[in-house]
Structure formats: C-alpha cells, structure tokens
Write a protein that binds this ligand. Sequence first.
Ligand SMILES: O=CC(=O)O
Length: 307
Amino acid sequence: MESIGVLLPYPTFPYLEHQLQSRFNLLRASTKHAASIRAAVVNAVDGADANFIHALPMLEILCIYGVGLDKIDLRSCAERGIRVTNTPDVITDETADVAMALIISLLRRICQCDLYVRSGNWKRQGSSYPLTTKFSGKTVGILGLGRIGKAVAKRAEAFNCKICYHSRIVKTECGSYKYYPSVVELASNCDILVVACSLTVETHHIINREVMNALGPKGVLINVGRGKHVDEAELVSALIEGRLGGAGLDVFHDEPDVSQELFGLDNVVLLPHVGSATVETRTAMADLVLANLEAHFLAKPLVTLVL
Ligand SMILES: O=CC(=O)O
C-alpha cells in the first residue's frame, strides 16, 4: 500500500504518524497532491469541513482519529460516497475516568489541597485544610446515556451514587436509572450533572441559564462532551453569582481559548481537553485508524464505520 496517498493535514501522535509513514505514501498538504490523495486522517477537534473535502477530488475514505462528528461535514461525504470511520469504544473508559477525576477534584478540592501542601501553607498555618464536600452517595445526573454516559454511571454506582439521566430515548436496558424527560428536570434532581452527549444542532447550548439555575448553588456541572453544549457566558455568570456551585470542564466553547473569568474562580477545575489523552488509548485509537484504512484498501468490511 506504499503508493496510496494518505493525507495527514496536521501533526498528530508520533506512533500514528510513524505507522502511516511506513505503510502508505503519507502526504502533509493537500494543495500539491490533491489528485493522489485517496484517504485522509483527521482529528475530531479540527475536523474536516466542506472546503477540506471539496479540495480532495479523489478522496475515498476519511478516518477520524477520535469520536466526535460535530466538526465533520458528513453531508459532503455522503454526497460524494466518501466512507467515514471514527474510533469509538477505545476512548470510553478514559473519558469516563476523566469525568470522575473532575468530580472528585472539584468536590474534595484536590487541586487546592495540593497547592496548600506545596506552598508550605499547611506547615505555616499549622491548621488543617477547610472541610470539603463528600462525593460518595450523591445523585449523579447524566446527559446522554451512550457509551461514555454509561461508563460514568457504572463508575458512579461504585461510589454508591444514585444515577439519573436524560437522553433522546429511554434506555430500557438501564431500568435502575431514573429517566427525566427534560434536562431541567434532570438538573433539578441531581447534585452532579455530567454532560456526555454528542454535539448536534439540538444539543448546542443545551446547558443554559435555566439548567444551571435548576442545578443550583450546591450543584456542579461536569463537561466531558463538547464546549458548545454549554452557554459559557451564562456559566461564568452563574458561577460568579453563586447560582451554580462549581464546574469541572475538559472542553470549552472556543478552545483553546478559555473564558478568562474562569481563571479567577476557585470553584472550577479546568482541563485542556484530555479525555482520551493517554498513551494506551491514543495507541488503540491509532490502531483503529490503521485497521480501517487497511480494510478499505483491501476491500474488507470497515471496523468502525460511521458512513
Ligand atoms: O473529543 C474527542 C473526540 O471526539 O474524540
């Protein structure tokens, strides 16, 4: 397959780059080589818009190194008969782990406690750190009970939490979790609201002022989905005004730009979109990309087909 042109438009995980380089004719820019590019590998954050796809007249397959489809112009792909794959399942555990880390960091003030020790304040002040908030036994509300949502629920169950959710459809296989027909009702009935749904026109800014007010001054919002699920300006106001207890965020509205006001707040934990960012998971994601590419060019069934 060394002669097959595969476009990688931006640097990525070195293992993936290396593997692509050794198996295909790896190309870095579409401009000069458009006519020889038969496959492209993109990530879920930068995506592939209509211009990107139209610039590649010979494109047969678009492999997403990630799961989110919100930055992929699926319509252009469908119109052109371009096949699309992503990397589900292998990222589920990591992303759910990060949701748990955000919850515990926020409630138990892990980042502040760490600073308390490092700064010497523990020794200087000779007093114990102020009391924090218990996680075990709380009610966790999950928005989107897909793969990641279910993995969060499973972990929270191990902490003796009660689980409730809102999804487009009732998940009959999760009968022990309480379903709420609206996000506001879900937010009114949980202590911790975890956003784990995909970003679509319907879920854009689904976490709005009303939802934040329903979650309330003791409630916390955790976002491991997409920044655009949350009205970030409203989030800043809710946190500053004390209408919302706290937020743990792995994703932001216009990342890597983060609302500056969040930096000054003590009731937030901010992560640089690292839900799936471990060596193990990124390797598994890369292997899925490679497996899909090879399957396509060997005319075998794709492993994780989107389109
Ligand atoms: O956010 C990451 C992804 O969609 O894979």
